[in-house]
Design a protein around this ligand. Structure first.
Ligand code: FAD
Length: 815
């Protein structure tokens, strides 16, 4: 058969012939796009894919990420029948072993999450683990976990099968063809230049693996990833090792092990990784390997010898050192680039590209064809990053830490340490001097809590109450009883200005934002399915000027969503995040405190809830917005950055005798959950609509058309399939929930906890989570059923309710 002619105009160009590019091409053809071209600079699989170990572990931290792998698994099983190309699929299951009691607790939490996510998983005895994996040493183990559906594949064969399937669907694949330029016009990709000529395209898709950063840079697009060396060895045949042996993972020893041709393939994720290619990836790195590095591998080898004494005498046939790309948060990168329309990315797979490849390829293909993803992909959405993430030094230092996260204990509140401090509020030094313990979000250093001394400003990680518990209790109490000051500077802030600002925002927002100047409105931004793209506060500062305040993590995503939907409206969006510090003054004595520093009237009449006004605070003029996220009287002060220090000092000085003190984000989390306030990314995502989320009050169907209105009209009045509930376990000594726990109703799994904390006012766990309703109306009778949350295998009885566990009048949900 003659090779296909090189085209000059196609619908979609896929860059990269690894597992991801081939999967995207395959799924585009399945969705009816036949005019697809895949370009590979070398030969298919020659980047990272060819040397992957081929483990397909199904359970992920986020439900939708698990769904992607579950889909990969179902696809890889049937690809051979469809294409005639074998994939090496073998469902061998996997055994995870724990060396410590803390890891056993994690396994119990994993087993609970697996039930919530529909993945087969069970805690097994050490004896059972030994039966499943006879060559393993077990006398030092504390526990084990069994995932029967986990599997292994041959990565190169899977990729060839996807490529064959793509060709069968009409796609054309050109090897030895390098993309050298991304053509753009009016902020959109229009095609590529290659070593064989130009191709015009409606859509360009960057699936270039570790090269994706430099391909991104060709288009001015941030694809923050960095290569790191990743190593394994393969032994000769070992007695007792056979193809049906499960995959073995010993995360406390950082290692994984899989059968390979009668021997063992052993690799792992060492705690301090070795970044590679600081000066860029060498030319022609086709089927490339890096030199053996036994020093770097030593920690894995030592641990493998503990677990598998048979390795002592085994012949080492191969030392494989191949680079893989890692991202700043160990999640991959997908979606349409916010900087360039029609330019999509799927890259940075952090060593799970084979397992995720099928699902990720389908999800991106859907995103391309339908214009949006069909499920919430926020954990991997390219818009969780910003321009600063593209910094090479930042990336190099961060990936040194990230690779090890695979097997590191995923402690609650775990903070990454590398490449910090990065973005600092004007109050940073003041707060640090008062023993703030900072956490990092979107690069911002944010105070989590304030400790009594420098040495106490740390987190002692554990599953139970951590060392900071009493400090946060005091901050929480001070907010409920007196007044606290919190640095919320990291909020993303946008100005939307222009003649059509009001009509543009009315089209974007589900609530009515055509309010008089000086008012704020809480609203969702919905997509056509009527589910959440964002939730934020819109403040009207002038007839044609609005300030939008949104979550720290959403800055890029919201700017992208809003910018895209301004359409032909004469309105401009400007990111003013760095221009303003935000200082929240919250608690019943907040008015008294502010009154000492301003002549502006602050009473309910002159300064009602939801109002926003310019007021003087000391020498500074600030925007004061009467809203809080904690369910108390309070104001958020939007302070031009250069005045922030002075305003903060004035507040602390004037509030000393009122009990004013600092509070951090952990206190805010506990306070907001008592009040039942929802958070973007957890309770509010593209998987949920306002009726399911219990936020119908923030929707105005009568104001005229807006994005998502038709879907809401269709959903209105029908009992939602799942409903967000507040849960309370009002006993102080229950185990601590952290989110992700299984929710049971009358003993049956109905959902997963989305957020949880200890509520210091109600004196127990407070949580939010969606429960499947089975079409029932959620009324008192339905809620009176027996609700439990499975916390690491312990079923904790909880009260479930539609109302917040705490309201300012002091009423508490009864347990
Ligand atoms: C040692 C090791 C073990 C691993 N084990 C596992 C495992 O057990 N399970 C698992 O799920 N994952 C595993 N992985 C990870 C997995 O291999 C990767 O996540 C996956 O292969 C990434 O696929 P990709 O398509 O994104 O990248 P690649 O396979 O690197 O494909 C990208 C392609 O783009 C091409 N390209 C780049 N620039 C251009 C250009 N300008 N023009 C045209 N083409 C270009 C490259 O040549 C390359 O072929 C492992 C990785 C390593 C290193």
């Amino acid at each position: 058969m003659n090779p296909p002619a090189f085209p000059d105009n196609v619908r979609a160009v896929v860059i990269g012939g690894g597992v991801i590019g081939c999967s995207v091409a395959y799924h585009l053809t399945k969705l009816g796009w036949r005019d697809v071209v895949l370009l590979e600079q070398g030969r298919l699989t020659c980047g990272t894919t060819w040397h992957a170990a081929g483990l397909v572990g199904q359970l992920r931290a986020h439900q939708n990420m698990t769904r992607l792998v579950q889909y990969s698994a179902s696809l890889y099983q049937k690809l051979e029948a469809e294409t005639g190309q074998a994939t090496g699929w073998k469902q061998c299951g996997s055994v995870l072993v724990a060396r410590t009691p803390e890891r056993v607790t994690l396994f119990k939490r994993i087993a609970s999450a697996a039930r919530a996510q529909g993945v087969a998983c069970e805690i097994i005895s050490i004896e059972e683990a030994a039966r499943k994996y006879p060559t393993m040493r077990t006398d030092d183990l504390a526990g084990a976990l069994w995932l029967p559906d986990d599997a292994k594949v041959n990565p190169a064969d899977v990729t060839q099968a996807l490529a064959k399937g793509a060709r069968m669907g009409g796609a054309r694949i050109f090897e030895q063809t390098r993309v050298t330029t991304i053509h753009q016009k009016n902020g959109a990709a229009t095609g590529v230049a290659t070593t064989r000529g130009d191709i015009a395209a409606e859509v360009v898709i960057n699936c270039a693996g570790q090269w994706a950063k430099q391909i991104g840079r060709l288009a001015g697009v941030t694809v923050p990833l960095h290569s790191a060396e990743h190593m394994y060895i393969v032994t000769g045949r070992i007695d007792g090792v056979h193809p049906n042996l499960p995959v073995l993972r010993d995360p406390d020893g950082y290692i994984y092990v899989k059968e390979e041709v009668g021997g063992l393939l052993m690799g792992g994720f060492e705690p301090v990784a070795k970044p590679w290619a600081m000066d860029g990836i060498p030319e022609n790195f086709e089927f490339g390997m890096l030199p053996d590095d036994w020093d770097q591998f030593q920690i894995l080898m030592e641990n493998a010898l503990i677990r598998l004494p048979c390795l002592e005498t085994a012949e080492i046939k191969t030392f494989m050192n191949g680079p893989e790309s890692f991202t700043p948060d160990n999640n991959f990168i997908m979606g349409e680039a916010p900087e360039c329309k029609n330019f999509f990315v799927a890259a940075g797979f952090n060593s799970i590209g084979i397992a995720s490849g099928g699902g990720a390829g389908r999800a991106l293909a859907e995103w391309i064809v339908q214009g949006e993803p069909s499920l919430d992909l926020w954990p991997v959405d390219i818009r969780r990053f910003a321009r600063f993430h593209d910094n090479d030094r930042f990336l190099k230092e961060r990936v040194s830490e990230v690779l090890g996260l695979h097997y590191m204990m995923p402690w609650p509140n775990r903070e990454l340490q590398s490449a910090r401090p990065l973005r600092r509020s004007p109050l940073y030094d003041r707060l640090a001097a008062q023993n703030a313990l900072f956490g990092s979000k979107m690069g911002w250093e944010r105070p989590n809590f304030f400790a009594p001394s420098k040495t106490d400003a740390r987190i002692d990680y554990s599953w139970g109450k951590q060392n900071w518990f009493p400090y946060v209790a005091a901050e929480h109490k001070a907010t409920r009883d007196a007044v606290t000051v919190t640095d919320l500077t990291s909020f993303a802030k946008f100005l939307v200005q222009g003649r059509d600002a009001e009509s543009a925002l009315q089209r974007l927002c589900a609530n009515d934002v055509a309010v008089p100047v000086g008012n704020t409105v809480y609203t969702g931004l919905l997509n056509a399915r009527g589910t959440y793209e964002s939730d934020l506060t819109v403040a009207r500062l002038g007839s044609d000027r609005f300030l939008l305040v949104t979550g720290t993590a959403q800055a890029t995503r919201d700017a992208d969503w809003i910018g895209r939907h301004l359409g032909d409206h004469r309105a401009k969006l400007t990111d003013v995040t760095s221009a303003y510090a935000v200082i929240a003054v919250m608690g019943p004595r907040a008015r008294e405190l502010l009154a000492r520093l301003t002549r502006a009237p602050l009473g309910n009449g002159a300064f009602a809830f939801g109002a926003i006004r310019e007021i003087g605070i000391g020498y500074a003029t600030v925007l004061a917005s009467r809203r809080t996220y904690v369910g108390e009287l309070g104001w958020e002060l939007y302070v031009p950055a250069e005045y922030a220090g002075g305003v903060y000092d004035a507040l602390m000085e004037a509030g000393a005798d009122l009990g004013a003190r600092n509070a951090g984000y952990y206190a805010v989390e506990s306070l907001r959950l008592e009040k039942g306030y929802r958070a973007w990314g957890r309770e509010l995502t593209p998987d949920y609509n306002p009726y399911e989320a219990g936020l119908a009050f923030a929707v105005n169907l009568g104001k005229g058309d807006f994005l998502g209105r038709d879907a809401l009209l269709a959903a209105r009045g029908k009992p939602p399939a799942r409903r967000l509930l507040s849960f309370v376990a009002p006993t102080p000594d229950t185990p601590i929930a952290h989110g992700g726990e299984l929710i049971l109703r009358n003993g049956d799994p109905v959902g997963e906890v989305t957020s949880a904390a200890y509520g210091h006012t109600v004196g127990g766990i407070v949580a939010l989570g969606y429960a499947a309703t089975g079409g029932a109306r959620v009324d008192d009778a339905w809620l009176a059923a027996r609700f439990e949350i499975d916390i690491a295998g312990e079923r904790v009885k909880v009260a479930a309710g539609l109302k917040a566990p705490y309201d300012p009048a002091g009423a508490k949900l009864k347990g």
